[in-house]
Write a protein that binds this ligand. Structure first.
Ligand code: SF4
Length: 755
């Protein structure tokens, strides 16, 4: 599905009318973020003003994008909805399942061998349901989206946290869980708490060694990894206008690292240039006609403090190159003296072993060309690179053009490995070590976004620092963390002292973009005849069976686990090696709650099986209950299910036969996911009742047949000694969500409505 200009024109037609209506209702000038939000309300024309950070609002996104790891369960669920086609333009991108090892040609072949059944499945489901499919090697989801689908003023959701990258082209683009994507693909509304707004005023101009990446590294330092939570970050000011569109993408991309809902920039000349360079003249023409609607009202940028919840000022002329890390993206250090001191004080390995350039954050033509200008100097000045280079181009279009223009060859002359146009080391798909757990302490520098322990290579002792592509190149050449290219010299092969000059490059390829085979497959017009085959013995894929309703009489349910303290979606459904089972519900269910701490013995994955009296793993115990036809209950503490929007954390317990999760409080997305899977997500009316729950408890729900909005439920808890407590439980189900419960899941209801 190529971009749909008619859809974009319709969005713009709605936008003018709806933004004008919203401005009247809100009663003041609007930020860009508000314009996009108010013009994408599910109910159409705005009729009321929403309170930021408080009101939950239904939206109608224009597009959906999925990557191969998360798309598996999303599409398996969508197949349950009984729809012939997706309701909004959707694409699937194969980029996460390709390991970087020897270089693109061999690595891609290996990935196609190892994951062919997953790729074939995604391709055939895409073909059947009208979804655009980007083959392995076509590129990284967010670079491909920026090149092909993002448009100013649009709203998009994607099953990946760095969906926010599309803010570089003036979108409100938000990362969501698969269940949310399925709702939108199935033609339902998408709910979001109306975000708070953070304005970042950029003055001055980037120069020399400083790059757009340094802007977001600075913002991360200011706001920290949590500072953007629940907010849209809107960048504006003369500094914003002076940056390239892909540079803006870099800044928005790493908004995920400060927890922001998303980030965005107003439409400007750089976006118009990018749209025209990527063959979207008609989108640029359409955007030009409603330019005023694609930026904030003028008064907002004149007096931002009046219109944003928080305003941050950054003068680009004063900003220097930064290195953020190790182990967290918000620990900023200025290149040079400050790094020397910090590295010595903290015992960070000074020698740098790898410089990696790529990931969805920094893999544009501009990024590669600027980094290659540094690499070229190493060749010209007789420098031997001290660290190894690895390059992941963002898309086949970028790769092909960069090769045509001799950019990749510069890196190759430095013995760089040109990996596949895919995520590779950014998501741990990097065969760097045979035994990463016991690998030595070392430092690497990369232009990616995340640098948590083990993220790139599985080695807990790798100190990963995040930097711009040009600084990554310079540090890789020098092989030292404390190298300052602005002041330090290097000794070349002739024993001479040489310095690196400032990077140069092209915002866009001077001879235009070019690609032979972009890796895109358009779905057939009528997919009704497309067969989807999943091998019943596959360990990676399993077709879903609709969940049976739990019903209004839950009696004799056993306590599966009373979780103590933090219980995130990672504790409920671990990642790491389990990622390979993301498309196989029964197999991945073998990790259910194995990270949760049992409140009675403070151990993980060690609970009492009430049927046998013996202790065992959570999944095995639960499978025993299921076999015996006994429902079970999970009890938890505060903010249960925080972390990610991963729907597996709700689907797995549901699949194994957990009927209810009763906690002190929920992370909202997880609570909604439980509701969508037709389970009970309930909270103690009196938090102290958590303490009443004992290891051998049995639960009888007393009034589930009267399940109604705003009405407490009561459960009788029978203890081992025969004593009983009746506990009042709160819930937040509305009428529609109670229907989900009654039907067994939200998807069952959609299917029924379709029928
Ligand atoms: Fe995620 Fe890295 Fe891939 Fe970007 S390149 S989508 S951050 S794994």
């Amino acid at each position: 599905m190529a971009f749909d200009i008619d859809m974009i024109k319709k969005v713009y037609a709605n936008m003018t009318e709806r933004v004008d209506a919203a401005r009247d209702i809100v009663g003041k000038p609007l930020t860009l973020s508000e314009k996009i939000l108010y013009s994408h309300l599910w109910d159409g024309r705005p009729t009321k003003a929403f309170t930021r950070g408080k009101d939950y609002v239904d939206f109608a996104p224009d597009r959906v994008a999925c990557q191969d790891a998360t798309a598996q369960m999303a599409l398996l669920q969508f197949m349950q909805a009984g729809k012939p086609k997706v309701a909004v333009p959707t694409t699937v991108h194969c980029d996460h399942l390709i390991q970087a090892k020897d270089g693109a040609a061999t690595d891609l072949k290996n990935a196609n061998n190892t994951s062919s059944e997953v790729f074939n499945f995604l391709e055939s489901v895409s073909n059947k349901y009208g979804i655009g499919f980007w083959k392995p090697g076509a590129g990284i989801i967010h670079q491909v989206v920026l090149e092909n689908y993002a448009f100013p003023g649009g709203m998009m959701i994607g099953t990946d946290s760095h969906t926010v990258n599309a803010g570089g082209l003036g979108m409100v683009a938000i990362g969501v869980g698969g269940a949310d994507a399925v709702d939108v693909m199935a033609g339902m509304a998408w709910e979001l708490k109306f975000p708070k707004l953070i304005g970042v005023r950029l003055t001055g101009k980037l120069s020399g060694w400083t790059a757009p990446k340094d802007v977001i590294l600075k913002v991360a330092e200011i706001l920290t990894v949590k500072g953007g939570t629940g907010a849209i970050v809107e960048y504006f000011g003369p500094g914003a206008l002076s940056m390239s569109c892909t540079g803006k993408g870099t800044i928005c991309n790493m908004g995920a690292e400060i927890g922001a809902t998303t980030s965005t920039f107003g439409y400007d000349d750089s976006m118009e240039r990018y749209l025209r360079a990527t063959d979207r003249e008609d989108v640029a023409d359409a955007a030009n006609k409603i330019k005023d609607y694609l930026t904030a009202d003028a008064e907002v940028y004149e007096n931002p403090e009046q219109y944003f919840d928080q305003v941050i000022d950054i003068n680009l002329s004063e900003l220097g190159p930064l290195l953020n890390g190790p182990f967290t993206p918000d620990l900023s250090t200025t290149v040079g003296k400050e790094m020397t001191e910090k590295a010595q004080a903290n015992d960070w390995p000074m020698q740098v072993e790898w410089g990696l350039i790529g990931s969805c954050t920094n893999s544009s033509y501009e990024d590669l060309s600027r980094a290659s200008s540094i690499a070229q100097q190493a060749l010209d000045k007789g420098l031997k690179t001290k660290a190894e280079f690895g390059i992941n181009p963002g898309s086949e279009q970028v790769r092909y053009t960069a090769e045509r223009d001799g950019i990749l060859q510069v890196f190759e002359k430095l013995d760089a490995k040109i990996f596949t146009n895919a995520c590779g080391p950014c998501i741990g798909q990097w065969a760097r070590y045979s035994d990463p757990k016991n690998a030595p302490k070392n430092s690497i520098v990369h232009s990616f976004n995340r640098n948590f322990a083990k993220r790139a290579d599985g080695n807990p002792n790798t100190h990963a620092f995040v930097a711009s592509p040009e600084i990554t190149a310079a540090i890789a050449i020098a092989g030292r963390l404390d190298f300052n290219p602005m002041t330090d010299t290097l000794i070349n092969e002739n024993g001479e002292e040489v310095m690196l000059d400032e990077p140069t490059g092209w915002e866009l390829p001077p001879k235009g973009f070019e690609v032979k085979e972009n890796g895109y497959l358009e779905p057939v017009e009528d997919g009704s005849g497309v067969e989807i085959s999943v091998n019943p013995t596959s360990e990676r894929l399993q077709l879903l069976t609709p969940f049976e309703p739990i019903g209004d009489s839950i009696k004799g349910a056993k306590l599966l686990i009373k979780a103590f303290g933090k219980c995130t979606t990672d504790h409920i459904s671990m990642a790491g090696p389990w990622l390979r089972f993301r498309g196989h519900l029964d197999n991945i269910a073998n990790n259910t709650l194995i990270g949760a701490v049992n409140a009675f013995n403070k151990k993980t994955n060690f609970v009492k099986n009430q049927l046998t009296g013996e202790y065992g793993g959570v999944p095995d115990t639960q499978r025993d209950y299921k076999k015996a036809g006994v429902w079970s209950v999970v009890v938890g503490d505060h903010n249960y299910g925080e972390g990610s929007s991963r729907e597996h954390a709700a689907m797995q317990p549901r699949h194994l036969g957990v009927a209810a999760v009763i906690v002190k409080s929920f992370a909202r997305i997880h609570e909604t996911n439980l509701k969508k899977q037709g389970m009970l997500g309930l909270t103690f009316a009196n938090e102290a009742d958590y303490d009443l729950i004992q290891e051998d408890d049995t639960f009888n729900f007393l009034d589930l047949h009267e399940f109604a909005p705003d009405k407490q439920l009561n459960v009788e808890v029978v203890h081992a000694d025969g004593s009983k407590d009746v506990i009042a439980l709160n819930h937040t189900y509305n009428n529609a969500q109670i229907e989900w419960y009654k039907e067994g899941s939200a998807l069952n209801l959609i299917k029924k409505q379709n029928a």
